[in-house]
Design a protein around this ligand. Structure first.
Ligand SMILES: *Cc1c(COP(=O)(O)O)cnc(C)c1O
Length: 397
């Protein structure tokens, strides 16, 4: 030990502070595959917190595809894409994703987070501006910061405010980028893409949408938020993630072919971090096959979500502004929300408390993630327990 213990007392103090404020995150451990039910810390619980929208994370066809690919290619890519890490599997997945999203081209990254921090600094720099929705995802914010462009936040989902900002600032900068989440993951509301796209065109800005929670959920057969609005070909960059509805892991950019070509030259995580692994890539390919084959899973997801949300509202819960299967149960107070989550868990429901800094102070909630993997009786069981805990803690009358 050569560290002076006093130099690290701030860590203990900071953790104690988090605990005092009800902001300390307890991480639970799963010992089962993802699905409607999980084994968490040794107990069977109903799963209300994964992003496994379509139940693909443990889909037999996907597991089989990954296994088959590993027989032929092994496991690791052993290099970055630009040196010796590009396999025909990667190229195939890129072209299949571009076709699925009806985009000109696509490029893979290791995750959605990586796709954002690769793309934004490749598009804008010191003399440029980024107009960014005030509630954009952390990975967009980090990508913006890395770029060193001027970051101008506009009010959440407010094209009028964006216009004011563009009028005030656009001329001061060389290039400009407008960037937004498609689906906002904490509230389940969606960005007004047609109005934002029109402003991008009017003010000569590049336009970028992060479709992490729209993929496999929104649009025809889960083609995403851009497809939902019929804006194919009008969005320069769509960020995709394969860690949510696709049930695997991995990220990509779909969009303008020139931008995709540029990212192969200047996307730093593409150049300096290894390629997606073989089983991940093969699994994602099979997920695209499944989505292209049938809309059954996407339809079931929406049926489940509509049912659950309507019943929660009937019980008297505030489920916020969501228009997607994301169902926030708004509780407000951080400590109440942690207590609510703990009581749910004791009753056999796994629903994570989400609080500051993921959402604003005083806006704590349990975020219920509905999946196609849930049966109607799973949902009914969840509703019953939510009702009981809600009455016990005085949230419901
Ligand atoms: C989850 C999420 C990401 C990160 O995706 P990963 O593939 O898990 O890294 C990026 N952007 C948004 C909006 C997200 O919700």
């Amino acid at each position: 030990m050569n560290t002076n213990p006093q130099t690290l007392t701030w860590v203990d103090n900071s953790i104690r502070e988090l605990k005092d404020q009800g902001l300390f995150t307890t991480i639970r451990t799963l010992s089962s595959p993802q699905g409607a039910w999980l084994v968490v810390d040794g107990r069977d619980v109903l799963n209300f917190c994964s992003n496994n929208y379509l139940g693909l994370a443990n889909d037999k066809r996907i597991v089989k595809a990954a296994r088959k690919a590993m027989k032929h290619y092994g496991v690791g890519p052993a290099a970055v894409r630009t040196i010796a890490g590009t396999m025909d599997l990667h190229i195939e997945l890129e072209s299949r994703l571009a076709a699925f999203k009806e985009a000109e081209a696509a490029i893979l990254f290791q995750s959605g987070f990586t796709a954002n921090i690769a793309t934004i600094p490749a598009l804008v720099g010191r003399d440029d501006a980024i107009f960014s929705d005030a509630l954009n995802h952390a990975s967009i914010i980090d990508g913006c910061r890395l770029s060193r462009a001027k970051i101008i936040a506009y009010a959440h989902n407010d094209p009028d405010n964006l216009r004011e900002q563009l009028v005030a600032h656009r001329d001061t900068f060389d290039k400009a980028l407008i960037v937004t989440d498609g689906v906002f993951s904490m509230d389940g509301d969606i960005a007004p893409l047609p109005a934002l796209q029109a402003l991008a065109e009017e003010f000569g800005c590049m336009f970028m949408v992060d479709d992490a929670h729209g993929e496999g959920v929104m649009g025809q057969g889960g083609r995403g938020i851009v497809h939902h609005y019929g804006l194919q070909g009008k969005v320069d960059v769509e960020i995709g993630t394969m860690s949510k509805a696709f049930g695997v892991v991995g990220g990509y950019v779909a969009g303008n072919a020139a931008i995709v070509a540029w990212l192969r030259q200047r996307g730093r995580p593409f150049l300096f971090s290894s390629a997606m692994t073989v089983p991940d890539t093969a699994a994602c390919l099979e997920a695209v096959n499944i989505l292209e084959e049938s809309t059954e899973l996407v339809d079931r997801l929406w049926d489940n979500a509509r049912y659950f949300k309507a019943e929660m509202q009937r019980l008297g819960f505030d489920t916020g502004q969501s228009v997607t299967p994301i169902t926030p149960v708004m509780l407000g107070d951080e400590k109440l929300t942690q207590m609510f989550s703990r009581r749910l868990f004791e009753e056999g429901v796994f629903g994570t408390a989400i609080a500051f800094p993921t959402v604003a102070l005083g806006k704590a909630r349990i975020r219920v993630m509905i999946s196609a993997a849930h049966s109607r009786s799973d949902l009914d069981r969840g509703l019953e327990i939510f009702g009981n805990v809600g009455r016990e803690l005085g949230v419901l009358a």
